[in-house]
Design a protein around this ligand. Structure first.
Ligand code: FAD
Length: 545
């Protein structure tokens, strides 16, 4: 659905590349219709409006004019935005509840000002003023947060770090590190590193539209995290401005200088200060050595057991290592029109039955001897669990389209379908039960698709990532989501899952933090915040309810 108007809610809510759109083709519509079990016409609008209206805000800027003038003096008028469109654009991330609100063309709490500081000195002054005048301030990357991490419930300042603070600062090829400003986007960082023969190794699905600062602040994980590590495994040092002063650590591979302060900022979600620079490890880019494989299993339980055997096998790590459960495999097969093909018939004949079979995707990077060795070992291990290699093409295709499925949310929401994801970490011991019980909870909704994959894998456990598509209660879509989401989080916690593995907490999961972490730990976290941000102006409401 293309908007003819400029500056619409649709432009704010839509994901990613403004020139790229995923549409549900006939095959896709047929599949969704079969999967949700009711004709698409029945779940159709007007559940969600498309958000095609031009944005006009009822709510005027709440900050007193003298403050606006002060901020203008600090950064210059060219670095302050106040248009209705910009205020709505910076009011939300990509949390499902925010998308629904944007579709309803309601933005109740926009920021007052959007400031794009040009350097660290300006950030320092802005934070001092915010502290002094008790004005909420939210550091923002590209606002891809899916946990309501970037909104401003009480107005205030959206501090956009992407406009100017987006440069490479230094590259140390001897030590294999890069230092960059936090507002740099994934593609800019990776382009620079590729030109030197290196890669950052961090590829979240939002890679093209998220920033280094956002990755660190939300404690993210990329699609190749099994080999390259999660963001906290990559960061060696950082610099952050807090209302109480600057925190910066020196760069060492490891050190023993008392307990570390730097990790406090990884996962701080803008609540402690503004991360301005990050030094991270980089790895050699060895595209030609990359080896891909795809293996099919008779069921998800065997795929998970094989995955665990591989990761605990001590023979090396794949970079991409991912298994899809039976429903995710089925949806992928149907969407791609694989069902009924010659290969499909052959697989069925071999006992890899629809609605049971489960796919594993593998990609290994590094020295060519290493990549061949690891892939071969995975294949041998998988065989013990009934896994059958089906070539490298499905994985190559998966890698080619690795950022595309994010665009499917809009056409599905256009059909009135609640479409969201939730993810958690668990120990291997608990994973199967967690998967089954969360599925049971989700599938208790009639006509619901529930897909799951494991894609961040460790010796001791893994991340479970659920995607669900379900018709929503048209009479009360917000309430319906809220109740369902809350029960979903409770189910995960009751089955020994973490609150999050890589999306972070934001405001969406903050209400569970105290119980989950325990009162003493939670109070300690709050006292650290109180020290760095005495007046509680940094991203209020995120992390701490
Ligand atoms: C389609 C889609 C796919 C996604 N896939 C993944 C995935 O595969 N892996 C993953 O980890 N996440 C994923 N995410 C979530 C999101 O992209 C990540 O959390 C990402 O790291 C956020 O980066 P950002 O630049 O957009 O940050 P924002 O969304 O702008 O901010 C996120 C949080 O970090 C804070 N913050 C941002 N920059 C700074 C800074 N410089 N200093 C201090 N605080 C700061 C903000 O205040 C906020 O609390 C996905 C999101 C979407 C919409």
């Amino acid at each position: 659905m293309k908007s003819k108007l400029k500056n619409t809610y649709r432009q704010v809510l839509r994901w990613g590349n403004p020139h790229y759109e995923e549409k549900l083709n006939e095959q896709g519509k047929k599949t969704i219709q079969e999967l949700v079990g009711i004709p698409i016409t029945e779940v159709n609008l007007p559940t969600f409006l498309p958000g095609e209206k031009e944005i006009t805000l009822e709510k005027p800027i709440g900050l007193p004019p003298k403050y606006v003038l002060e901020f203008t003096d600090i950064v210059g008028a060219e670095n302050i935005k106040t248009s209705d469109f910009d205020r709505v654009k910076h009011s939300a991330g990509k949390f499902y509840g925010e998308l629904m609100q944007l579709r309803q063309e309601q933005v109740l709490t926009p920021p007052d000002l959007i400031i794009t500081p040009i350097d660290e000195a300006q950030i320092e002054t802005i934070l001092q003023r915010c502290q002094q005048w008790k004005i909420p301030v939210v550091p923002q990357g590209l606002r891809s947060s899916v946990t309501k991490g970037v909104g401003l419930p009480d107005g205030g300042i959206a501090l956009d770090l992407t406009a100017h603070l987006n440069q490479i600062i230094s590259f140390d090829e001897v030590s294999q590190t890069v230092t960059a400003q936090s507002g740099i986007t994934g593609p800019s960082l990776e382009k620079f590193l590729n030109s030197k023969g290196y890669t950052c190794g961090h590829f979240p699905q939002s890679f093209e539209f998220s920033t280094l600062g956002g990755w660190v602040a939300a404690k993210g994980a990329g699609q190749c995290s099994t080999g390259y590590g999660k963001i906290e495994d990559m960061v060696l040092s950082l610099k952050a401005y807090t209302p109480s002063g600057i925190i910066q650590n020196e760069t060492y591979p490891k050190s023993a200088q008392g307990f570390d302060i730097m990790p406090l900022f990884i996962g701080s979600e803008g609540t402690l200060g503004v991360i301005t620079q990050v030094t991270m490890k980089v790895r050699k880019l060895n595209v030609k050595n990359r080896r891909n494989a795809c293996i099919i299993f008779k069921d998800f339980e065997n795929a998970a057991a094989a995955m665990r055997a591989c990761i605990q096998g001590q023979f090396g790590l794949p970079h991409l290592f991912r298994i899809s459960d039976h429903e995710e495999t089925e949806v992928a097969f149907r969407m791609k029109g694989f069902e009924g093909s010659f290969s499909d018939k052959a697989l069925k004949a071999l006992g890899y039955k629809p609605n049971n079979r489960s796919l594993m995707f593998i990609s290994v990077e590094g020295d060519s001897d290493y990549t061949s060795f690891v892939v071969d070992k995975i294949k041998v291990t998988a065989k013990k669990f009934g896994g059958r290699s089906i070539g490298s093409k499905p994985t190559r295709k998966w890698l080619d389209q690795r950022y595309h499925s994010a665009y499917m949310r809009e056409p599905l929401m256009d059909l009135g379908l609640m479409t969201d994801t939730i993810e958690t970490a668990a120990m291997w011991y608990d994973i199967e039960k967690l998967w089954k019980n969360v599925r049971t909870y989700i599938k208790a909704r009639p006509n619901t698709v529930c897909m799951c994959h494991i894609s961040h894998v460790y010796e001791n456990g893994a991340n479970l990532y659920f995607t669900f598509i379900t018709p929503t209660d048209k009479s009360a879509p917000s309430e319906d989501y809220k109740t369902f989401h809350s029960g979903l989080v409770d189910t995960i916690l009751a089955n020994k899952g973490s609150l999050s593995h890589h999306h972070g907490i934001g405001r969406a999961l903050a209400p569970w933090m105290k119980d989950k972490l325990g009162e003493r730990s939670f109070e300690l976290m709050k006292s650290i915040k109180k020290d760095l941000d005495p007046n509680g102006v940094m991203n209020p409401g995120a992390l701490f309810d």
